[in-house]
Structure formats: structure tokens, C-alpha cells
Design a protein around this ligand. Structure first.
Ligand SMILES: Nc1ncnc2c1ncn2[C@@H]1O[C@H](COP(=O)(O)OP(=O)(O)OP(=O)(O)O)[C@@H](O)[C@H]1O
Ligand SMILES: Nc1ncnc2c1ncn2[C@@H]1O[C@H](COP(=O)(O)OP(=O)(O)OP(=O)(O)O)[C@@H](O)[C@H]1O
Ligand SMILES: [Mg+2]
Ligand SMILES: [Mg+2]
Lengths: 258, 258
């Protein structure tokens, strides 16, 4: 199981939209995917159709170490995609888990458990909150690599260096194997100069780390969650769905897994 | 001085864009405005032209109680707009300030200081991070009222009830005077159904709390920060600038201050 943290402390850059639609696209390619919702907002859980009433046990219980993964993990309506859901209970975790022994390794330990390993997922995608807090740190410590969604706008580009510093720090301390999986340009508006400029800057500074595939702004991607399904289900031929499929193929090629 | 917290735990809903452009619009109406940047990302500071090199003392120093406000506050290039800047130093605050006595009242005390009061600002606008953490709690405890930017999309609408619960909880404990200033629809795309649906839902459930003024999606609003000025300076006749001006007038009317 390769574990990918989907992280960016800037808000609204399509972390969750990427977690949902990359998961669905990988499943379409025959992969088995576990989406780990590490955001108290629970958007990934909602967008994959796991209603609040179904979230009896959540990632919070798993971090505390006292829940059987088989009881927590929910099979979604999207074949091949399972979820460890989140609820707002998670929002006090920065404080509640602060004094727990090895508090940055809780997610790593949870995903290393026998039950999760035996389920044989090909990929675990961790949806992070918009913060470099204990939850995101847990994700970066648990992950083999971090996928960075980069919204094609100024504030998002500005925040990238801070994220890179955090990744380096984690690599030097808790997780020496942590790599950058890649940087995905999201919510891209081909017609406007700013989007093109951000893309140019990103490719100039980050080179091959930036995926060829760019996710365009497409209203279908923002409508899909209100139907509790990925865009690939809601409107399979929309620009947004096609872009995430194409991204999944590029992602798999990079992993020699296509 | 009326203190307004601009809060919403959902990321990327235009909290910062609203802080910057409401401040500039109020200043155009002759008001004196203090923008308090409570986000470690420091986007409001950047968007108002306070470069990182100028942020020697920041909101973090003021929260710790050992900084003279006159030394921290920066006069921006926008006449009538001053800033208490933020840097990434603030991101460890959840943890570092946890054991400080009355940790939720640090901002209230800082803004109640003689130096701030004597400066005679008409309004203080607090830009919050995308989280219901100690920083946002400080803002809600310090504020007279909270202004909620509501992006016209599904996930943003979903998160509203959690925010309202938090506001009620703060009102019942630390800040009985806390009101909802209003809900501002932001990043609105008139042409798409989802935007219109979110607007309808918001007006149905929240009634008069929702401003008449709606901020449209307008690329000038996202370009302005890369020039380190408000949209009102960058492109004064753009749809975005005009909308924030019109919002400022509605805001002032509600405060019997126009
Ligand atoms: N390519 C796109 N085109 C149009 N809308 C999009 C696109 N990608 C995401 N969105 C919408 O933009 C908003 C922000 O996306 P999303 O919630 O996935 O970002 P996020 O980084 O997970 O946010 P947060 O920081 O709050 O967790 C959502 O309403 C989403 O539906
Ligand atoms: N009306 C608008 N039209 C176009 N772009 C906008 C508009 N409002 C904001 N933006 C852009 O959308 C992005 C998100 O806005 P902003 O950073 O103000 O949101 P935020 O709620 O402060 O985000 P965060 O949760 O990360 O603090 C920014 O790149 C901003 O420039
Ligand atoms: Mg998200
Ligand atoms: Mg902001």
C-alpha cells in the first residue's frame, strides 16, 4: 500500500476534490483505494457519500488506538473506494492528543495495523485540513509521499515555500523516506493571465515535479459533492472528470503501476 | 471601535479578500480601519502591502502581551487602513499558548489596550484562519460581531451550521455580546445553478442576515494581491471593487454609520 498525503495549508485549493476524484479514477483503473479523511470538516467523507449518521467510528477513534479498522472503514458506493471517515470530533485533536505519547505517529501506527495491511489496498490517500497542525503532521509522518494541489492563484503560490519547509523538516526528523509525489495545478482558468502566470512560475521553479495534467475550473466538480458522488459518477464526460482520469493515469505511470 | 471577526472554518471562501477590500472600502468612506491578521499564512498582511521584512513585531507578540501596539501596527499605503501583521510564527500558537492563563482572551486584552483605544479606529476587522482553533476562538471572544463570508458552493454551505454552533457556544461562555454581523455571499457565479441554489438556501434559512450585496467571481480580486494592493486600488471600476464598495455601504447602513 502506497500512502499519499494530499496536503496544502492554503484553504480551498482542491485537496478534497482531488482526494475524491483521484480515488475514483484509480478505482476505475482497477486499483483498491482507501481514503483517509483527516479533516474535521469531513468533506471527503461527504463527497464520497458517507453520511454523518454512518460515521459511528471515525479516524479519531483510530488515532486514539482503540478501534478495530474493520469497524471504522466504510465501503463507499464507488467500487474500489473505501473511506475512514471524519467528524468535527477531530477538531479538538490538536489539544487532546498533544500529551499523547508519540503523538505524530498515531496515523502511521493506525495504517500499519494488521487489519489495514490485510485489506490489501493499493493506495491510501490522506485528505488533510488547511493547516500545518498535528493532523497534517500525522499525515506527513504516515505517508510515503505528499501530493500538493496548487490552485492557480497568488496566495496559493505564496504558501508553497512554507509547505516545502515543513516537508523538509519532517523528512529530517520523523520520516526520512517522505518524498514529494508531485504538484498538481488545480482550479485552472485557461483564459486568465494569473492562472497562466502561476503555471509558468510553478513549472520554472519546480520543473518535473509539476504534473503535465492540469485540472481546469469546471462547475461539475463543485456540483458533484451535493449529490454525494465523485464527478466521475455525476458527469463522467465533463472536463473535470476527464482531467482527473488523465491525472490518475499520469500518477500511475509515475508509480510504474499502469 | 467596533470589532468584527471575519470567520469561516472552510478554506478559500474569501475571508482575506473580504478583510482587505472591506477595509479599503470603509477607508474610502472616511473610516479609520485596523486589520488584525490572525492567520499564520499572513495573506491579509501581504495583500495590504506589508512585506514579510516589515513584520518585525506581529500579532503573536501582542498576544503574548509584551509588545507596544504602536510598534506593531503598520500604516499601509491605503490611507485609513492600518494592519497588525502576522507571520508563520503564529502557527505554533495553538500549542504554545495552550497553557497561558486566559488563553482565549489574549486578543481581547490586546485590542482593549490604551494604545489601541487611543488610536481611535472606527472598525477593527480580524482575518481568521480556516479553522475553529484557538486563534479563531480568540477572534470570536474579542469581537462585537462576526461577519461570515459564504462561498456559493456546496462544501461551504455545509460548514455553516458548525460555525453557528461555535458562535453560540462562545456567546454562552466567554462573550455574551457576540452577534452575527451578517453573511456575505462571495465568489458568486451568476451563470451557474449551484451558486444560485446556495444563494436561495442561504436566504431561505438565514433571511435578513444575508446581505443584499453579493460579491461576484471577478479575476481582478485574485490578481490584486500579487500587486500588494486592494482591488479598489488595482482596478477601481472592476466588478469586484464595485461590489465591495457597495457592500461597505450596506455594512455602514446596518451600523447607522453612513
Ligand atoms: N476544478 C474545479 N472547478 C470548480 N470547482 C472546484 C474545482 N476544484 C474544487 N472546486 C470547488 O472549490 C471548492 C474548494 O475545493 P475543496 O473543498 O476540494 O478544497 P480544499 O483544499 O479541500 O479546501 P479546504 O482547505 O477547506 O479543505 C469546493 O467547493 C469544490 O467543490
Ligand atoms: N470574488 C472573487 N473572485 C475571484 N477570485 C476571488 C474572489 N474572492 C477571492 N478570490 C480568490 O480566491 C482565493 C481564496 O480567497 P481568500 O484567500 O480570500 O479566501 P480565504 O477564506 O481567506 O482562504 P483561507 O481559508 O486560506 O484563509 C484567493 O486566491 C483569492 O484571491
Ligand atoms: Mg478539504
Ligand atoms: Mg485567508
Amino acid at each position: 500500500m502506497k500512502t499519499i498525503a494530499i496536503a496544502n495549508q492554503k484553504g480551498g485549493v482542491a485537496k478534497t476534490t482531488t482526494a475524491i476524484n483521484l480515488a475514483a479514477s484509480l478505482a476505475e483503473e482497477g486499483k483498491s483505494v482507501l481514503v483517509v479523511d483527516m479533516d474535521p470538516q469531513g468533506n471527503a467523507s461527504t463527497g464520497l457519500g458517507v453520511a454523518v449518521e454512518q460515521r459511528n467510528l471515525t479516524i479519531y477513534d483510530m488515532l486514539l488506538g482503540d478501534a478495530d479498522p474493520k469497524a471504522v472503514i466504510v465501503e463507499t458506493e464507488t467500487k474500489g473506494v473505501s473511506v475512514i471517515p471524519a467528524t468535527t470530533e477531530l477538531s479538538s485533536s490538536d489539544v487532546q492528543l498533544y500529551n499523547v505519547n508519540k503523538r505524530s505517529f498515531l496515523l502511521r501506527d493506525a495504517l500499519a495495523s494488521q487489519a489495514v495491511q490485510e485489506a490489501g489496498y493499493d493506495y491510501a490517500l490522506i485528505d488533510c485540513p488547511p493547516s500545518l497542525n498535528l493532523l497534517t503532521v500525522n499525515a506527513l509522518v504516515a505517508a510515503n509521499a505528499v501530493l500538493i494541489p496548487l490552485q492557480s492563484e497568488f496566495f496559493a503560490l505564496e504558501g508553497l515555500s512554507q509547505l516545502m519547509l515543513t516537508i523538509r523538516e519532517i523528512r529530517q526528523t520523523a520520516n526520512p523516506r517522505l518524498r514529494v509525489e508531485g504538484v498538481l495545478l488545480t482550479m485552472h482558468d485557461q483564459r486568465n493571465n494569473l492562472s497562466q502566470q502561476v503555471e509558468r512560475d510553478a513549472r520554472d521553479t519546480l520543473g518535473a515535479l509539476v504534473y503535465e495534467t492540469v485540472i481546469p475550473r469546471n462547475v461539475r466538480l463543485s456540483e458533484a459533492p451535493s449529490f454525494a458522488v465523485p464527478a466521475l459518477t455525476y458527469d463522467p464526460t465533463s472536463k473535470g472528470a476527464l482531467a482527473y482520469r488523465s491525472f490518475a493515469k499520469e500518477f500511475l505511470k509515475n508509480n510504474n503501476d499502469l
